[in-house]
Design a protein. Structure first.
Ligand code: MN
Length: 129
């Protein structure tokens, strides 16, 4: 059975790039272009992991992560933040909101899938669950 990942991303180009790379490596991909829809899809499909853009319209990725973590049946699902924010403290903030890991944009096609796979397998790099 293939693992399904949910990508929450409002930028089409970024979405297609991530989907392409992950599908090429055997994952099945579902997508949402905003946070509200992302939460609905997560509840409906129970993905193996969630790739979450932080800069989203209306509800930002921090809010999405926090809300995902309030759903008991989703709180074990790894959230991987994917963001071009490179401000000091953003990484900490996104982990505090419940994300398992953090991948910086622009994504590197040579390492992206390995980064995702490592977060799915190992969970949080700081050891918290
Ligand atoms: Mn965005």
């Amino acid at each position: 059975m293939t693992d399904t990942l949910l990508i929450v991303e409002d930028n089409e180009q970024n979405f297609y790039m991530m989907r392409f790379l992950l599908e090429k490596n055997g994952f099945s991909i579902i997508g949402a272009e905003n946070g509200r829809k992302g939460i609905e899809m997560a509840l409906q499909h129970r993905p193996k992991g969630i790739l979450l853009d932080i800069q989203l319209p209306e509800m930002d990725g921090y809010e999405v992560a926090e809300e995902l973590k309030t759903h008991e049946d989703l709180d074990h699902v790894p959230i991987i933040a994917v963001t071009s924010y490179a401000m000091v403290g953003d990484r900490e903030r996104v982990l505090a909101a419940g994300a398992t890991g953090y991948i910086e944009k622009p994504i590197d096609p040579d390492t992206f899938v390995a980064q995702v796979t490592a977060y799915l397998r190992n969970g949080r790099e700081d050891g918290k669950s």
